[in-house]
Design a protein around this ligand. Structure first.
Ligand SMILES: [Zn+2]
Length: 334
């Protein structure tokens, strides 16, 4: 993902002074089960393949690992494939992992919740200080694997629940992180990030042909998890999420507060961040919220390890995974 800084100029009045929301009474939320160690193991399981760069064996092996695990946990899994134009004008093969967790028959007509993350890792550590490292792929422990690991554990917990009160789709996007490398000197193109999400958003009604659209909205809303494992992760309210899905940002942040995670789910805002949720909102018109670790004081806006070799398991903490996972579990049980 990357930050759209130029938009700040035209929208700074919107960003300043709107950080506070009215205080509401905090009620206790029902406690949902989520096993942080299991989520951590799902993150480590992906990272163990090495960087999941599209087109490599590690990427293909990891796709099979995620897909077969979700299938074993009771999901109906389909791989959505297609070709997209990448930053250098070449065609890029894309494979999104689409997993459907059906509701019990009494609830089958309810609109689904869409849970998303990206499973590819960036082919270039182009934020490395040492320029000799910049063409090496990143481990992608936080940037990619953390969100996928949380959602794999959500699927495992879902399987153990006595009731399934709404359908859940877990869509794990490919080629999120193939956006134009910082060192690229060729012709600059737009929309080079989030290729899998763009493909999915353009075609999502066909991803599950047995549920083709036509009647009512298939999804109530979506949540994107991106870089959700840092021990000190902070989740401010992301700009596009507020613009397209403000009602659901409020709902998620209220849930975080009830669960006691308000220290992490803060009420400040970020710059607009071009991440998978942008295309889900703008193309598919599904309100979708990005939960993304954002550091307003840092040079890039992201953590110090972002798009470097240091995005490894030493910067993934089970407790952060647990807080994010508890929020998702609470929301899907509502
Ligand atoms: Zn990234």
């Amino acid at each position: 993902m990357h930050i759209v800084r130029s938009l700040f100029i035209i929208s700074c009045t919107l960003l300043i002074g709107c950080a506070s929301t009215p205080k509401k009474a905090v009620e206790a939320a029902p406690v949902a089960a989520f096993d942080a160690d299991s989520a951590y193991a799902f993150v480590a399981g992906q990272v163990a393949y090495g960087p999941r760069v599209p087109g490599t064996d590690a990427h293909q092996q990891c796709l099979l690992y995620i897909g077969s695990t979700l299938e074993r946990l009771g999901a109906e899994v389909q791989i959505q494939t297609g070709e997209m134009i990448r930053y250098d004008g070449q065609m890029q093969h894309v494979a999104n992992i689409c997993a459907h967790l059906p509701a019990d028959s009494a609830y089958a007509d309810r609109p689904a919740i869409l849970l998303t993350a990206h499973y590819d890792s960036r082919p270039w550590a182009d934020q490395e200080e040492d320029y000799t490292q910049r063409t090496i792929p990143i481990p992608g422990a936080n940037d990619g694997a953390s969100g996928v690991g949380v959602l794999m554990e959500v699927a495992r917990q879902w399987q153990n629940q006595p009731e399934h009160k709404r359908p859940i789709d877990i869509v794990l996007f490919d080629c999120e992180d193939m956006g134009t490398p910082a060192f690229y000197t060729g012709k600059q193109r737009e929309h080079t990030w989030c290729l899998g999400a763009q493909l999915w958003a353009q075609t999502y009604n066909h991803a599950f042909p047995n549920q083709a659209a036509g009647k009512k909205a298939k999804y109530e809303y979506g949540i994107l998890l991106d870089m959700v494992g840092d021990p000190n992760a902070m989740f401010p309210r992301e700009y596009y999420s507020m613009q397209y899905a403000g009602k659901y940002v409020d709902k998620i942040w209220r849930t975080a507060e009830k669960l006691g995670f308000a220290h992490r789910f803060v009420n400040t805002r970020t710059y607009p961040i071009t991440d998978d949720h942008y295309y889900v909102n703008a193309i598919a018109h599904i309100p979708c919220v990005d939960l993304i670790h954002y550091m307003p004081g840092s040079e890039t806006g992201f953590a110090w390890w972002w798009h470097t070799q240091k995005d490894d398991m030493s910067n993934v903490n089970p407790n952060t995974l647990r807080e994010v996972g508890m929020i998702v579990m609470t929301l899907i049980n509502e």
